[in-house]
Design a protein around this ligand. Structure first.
Ligand SMILES: CC(C)(COP(=O)(O)OP(=O)(O)OC[C@H]1O[C@@H](n2cnc3c(N)ncnc32)[C@H](O)[C@@H]1OP(=O)(O)O)[C@@H](O)C(=O)NCCC(=O)NCCS
Length: 379
C-alpha cells in the first residue's frame, strides 16, 4: 500500500469514495488546489481506494488561536476495508500536519475506535437545542433596536464572534480560507443590534420548511442585546413551534434562557489529538499567575513518534515549554495528551482511564482542569 498527497487528478476516485461512504454529491472544490485544505489518497495494487482531507483551522486555547488540522472525509472503498488503509492514511496525516505546522488535530468521529487507536480523544461537543417559541416569549424583554445587517457590517460581525470565541476554549477562529465569512449573507436572516461602538450583537438564521427556523449564530456583547435577539425570535409564534438554536455562546443557553427542562438537545462530540506536543505547548495561551515548576514526562506515542520519550514540561517566568530529557516520572499515553492539553480531564480522570501514571498536580493547575470545551462549527 502507498499513501500520497491528494492531487486534483484524484478527484474522480474521491468522488466515488465520498458517494459510497457518505452519499454526498459531487463537489467541484476537489478539482482544484486549495489553501483551505490538503489531503491524502491510498493506493493498493495501483488502485486508489482510500482518502482523507485535512482542513486548515485555528482553534482557541487560552486566548490564542492554535493551528489545527480538521480531519474529514475519511473513506475507504468497501472491498479494501479491514486491511489498515484508514490507519495508514491517519499516520500520513499526522506526519503531514506536523510538517504543515498544525500542532493539533480535531475531528467529528463516526467511528471513534479508529481515531482512539491513533491518539485522538473526545474533549468536547458542538450542540444544538430545540427551543419552544413559548420559552423565548417568556424571556424578560430586551428593548435594544434591531436592523438588518449590511455587507459593511461583516468585519464587525466577525470581530464580535472573535471576541467571544477567543474566550471560549475550543472555538475556531473562522479566519482561515476554510471559512468564507461573507457567506453569512446567503442566510435568510442576518440582523444586528447596533451600538455606539459598533455592533452589540447579531443573529444569523435560515428558514427551510414552513415549520423550521434554524439559528446558526446568536452572538452578543451584553445581556440586553442577547435578550433582544432571543426575544424577537418569538415573533415566529404561529408559524413555527420551536427554534433550532446552535449553541455558539454557552451564556445564551446556560445563563439567559429560563432553564427550560427536557428540551431535545443534539450533541456532536469532537475529538482532539496533540500532533506535536512541543509546538502545541508553545502556541497555546497559558495562565500567567503560576509559580515556576517542572514536570518530568514519559510519553508513549507510537503514531507520532516525535512526541514519544522523556520530556520536561518547564514553566519559567510565565512561559511554558517542552524540552527533551528528565526522569519520566509521570507517564502518559498519546490519548491522554488531547484531554490534558485542553484541560477537559484531570490527571485523576486520566489515571482512572488507564492513560496516565504518576502524580503531578501542576498538570491540572496549568490547564485549570476540569473545564468544558466548546466548538460551534462542524465539518
Ligand atoms: C471507517 C473506515 C474509513 C475504516 O477504514 P478501514 O481501512 O477499514 O480501517 P482500518 O482497517 O485501517 O482500521 C483501523 C482501525 O479502525 C477500526 N475500525 C475500522 N472501521 C471501523 C468502524 N466502522 N467502527 C469502529 N472501528 C473501526 C479497526 O477495527 C481498526 O482497529 P485496530 O487498529 O485496533 O485493528 C471505512 O470502513 C469506511 O470508509 N467507512 C465508511 C465511511 C466512514 O464511516 N468514515 C469514517 C467517518 S468518521
Amino acid at each position: 500500500m502507498t499513501v500520497r498527497p491528494y492531487a486534483p487528478e484524484h478527484a474522480d476516485a474521491v468522488h466515488r469514495m465520498r458517494k459510497l461512504a457518505f452519499g454526498t454529491p459531487r463537489d467541484d472544490a476537489w478539482a482544484a488546489e486549495s489553501d483551505a485544505w490538503h489531503g491524502f489518497v491510498a493506493d493498493v495494487d495501483g488502485d486508489t481506494c482510500g482518502t482523507l482531507r485535512i482542513w486548515a483551522y485555528r482553534q482557541f486555547f487560552g486566548g490564542r488561536a492554535v493551528p489545527a488540522g480538521g480531519i474529514a472525509t475519511v473513506a475507504v472503498d468497501p472491498h479494501a476495508r479491514g486491511r489498515g488503509v484508514a490507519g495508514a492514511l491517519l499516520d500520513a496525516a499526522l506526519a503531514g500536519m506536523r510538517e504543515a505546522g498544525q500542532p493539533l488535530s480535531i475531528l467529528f468521529a463516526a467511528t471513534p475506535p479508529l481515531y482512539r487507536g491513533r491518539g485522538w480523544e473526545q474533549v468536547g461537543s458542538a450542540e444544538r437545542v430545540q427551543v419552544p417559541i413559548s420559552v423565548l416569549a417568556a424571556l424578560p424583554p430586551g428593548r435594544a433596536p434591531v436592523r438588518r445587517a449590511v455587507e459593511a457590517d461583516l468585519p464587525e460581525l466577525h470581530r464580535l464572534y472573535l471576541d467571544l470565541g477567543s474566550t471560549v476554549d475550543g472555538m475556531l477562529d473562522r479566519s482561515e480560507p476554510a471559512f468564507e465569512v461573507s457567506r453569512i449573507f446567503e442566510l435568510d436572516i442576518v440582523d444586528v443590534v447596533p451600538g455606539e461602538d459598533g455592533v452589540r450583537g447579531y443573529v444569523a438564521a435560515s428558514r427551510h420548511g414552513a415549520n423550521d427556523l434554524t439559528v446558526w449564530d446568536l452572538v452578543a456583547r451584553d445581556a440586553e442585546a442577547a435578550l433582544t435577539l432571543l426575544g424577537r425570535l418569538s415573533s415566529w409564534a404561529g408559524m413555527v413551534e420551536q427554534v433550532s438554536l446552535r449553541l455558539v455562546d454557552p451564556v445564551v443557553y446556560d445563563l439567559l434562557l429560563a432553564m427550560p427542562r427536557h428540551l431535545p438537545r443534539f450533541v456532536e462530540p469532537f475529538m482532539l489529538r496533540v500532533v506535536d506536543l512541543a509546538a502545541a505547548v508553545e502556541a497555546r495561551g497559558w495562565p500567567d499567575y503560576l509559580p515556576d515548576f517542572t514536570v518530568d514526562l514519559e510519553i508513549t506515542d507510537e503514531h507520532a513518534p516525535w512526541n514519544a520519550g522523556r520530556h520536561r514540561l518547564v514553566h519559567e517566568s510565565g512561559a511554558l515549554r517542552i524540552e527533551p530529557g528528565g526522569t519520566g516520572v509521570v507517564r502518559l499515553q498519546a490519548r491522554a495528551l488531547g484531554p490534558w492539553f485542553a484541560g477537559t480531564a484531570t490527571t485523576d480522570a486520566l489515571r482512572r482511564a488507564g492513560l496516565l501514571e504518576g502524580v503531578a498536580p501542576m498538570l491540572d493547575a496549568v490547564t485549570a482542569a476540569p473545564r468544558q470545551l466548546r466548538i460551534a462549527d462542524t465539518f
